[in-house]
Design a binder for this molecule. Sequence first.
Ligand SMILES: [Zn+2]
Length: 268
Amino acid sequence: MENSDIPYASEKLMQLKSEYHVEVAADWGVDSDGAWQKGNWSKDELDRLYRSVGLLAGIMKGPNQFIENLGGVTVKKADIGLHGGEAQAHQVRFNSKGSFSAWTVVHEFAHAWDANHDWKLSRALEKYTGGSTRPFLSWLKKLIGLSDSKFFTQENKPGRRGRKPGCNAAGYFYGDKPSGSNWKFNRLEDFAESVAMYVGWARSNDLSNWAEARIKRYLLKDGDSDKSFGKDYWTYYAKFFYPEGGDYTKTKRWKFVEELVKGRIKIA
Ligand SMILES: [Zn+2]
C-alpha cells in the first residue's frame, strides 16, 4: 500500500467492517522511525476482496445473512508456504508471497462459512450429492489397479492425477459431478469449490470466466493442453465431471448451494 492510497484503503476497510464484519489486519503504515511501510497489501487487492465478499454475500439473502453465516472474519496476508490461501472459523489468510484471485476469496470464505458451522455444511453436501469418505475402499481401489493415482502420493502426469472418485488422499468418493477433482480433493474442498462455482456460474461476474473454463476443459480431446489447466485426458475424465448438456445448474452441487442459501437445507 502506498502512502497516497491511505484514504482509499481506510474507506474500504471501513466498508468491509460495517457491511460484512470483515476485518483486514492492516500491515501498512508509518513505523516507529517515521518511515512508510508498504506492507503486503495493494489497493487492488483490497478492492478485489471487497467486491468478492460482495459476490458471496450476494448469493445469500444479503449482508446480514452473510454476517450471520460467517460470524465475523479477520483477513491477513501471511507466509503460509505453498498455499494460495487458508481458512478456519473467523479467519482467512492469503499468501503474502503473491496475490489472490476473486475465486480464491470466495473459496476461502466458503471454508470459513463451513468452519463456522463445525464443517457440517460440507458433510451435508457430501450426503446430498451421494458421496462418501471411505479410506479402506479407496485403498482397495488403488490396490487392484482401478485408480488413476499412485497408492500414497500424487502423480503429475496426464490421466494420473487422481481425479476419479475415491482416488485421492482422503478416500473421498464424490457423488454426482463436481467441476473437478484431484489428489487433494475431499468434502471440505468440494464445498468451497461448489460455492465458488455457484457464485460464478452464468452470472457474468469476476468468477464467471473461471467457472466456465472449469467445465469447458472437458470438451478438449485426450492429451490436449489447456492454457490454465494443462495437459490431461479431458475426454476420458468428462464422464466424471462434464454436466448434462454442459449446464452446471443441472448438477447436484449447484442445487445444493441453491437450497442452502435459500435456507432449505437443515444443518443438524
Ligand atoms: Zn480450500
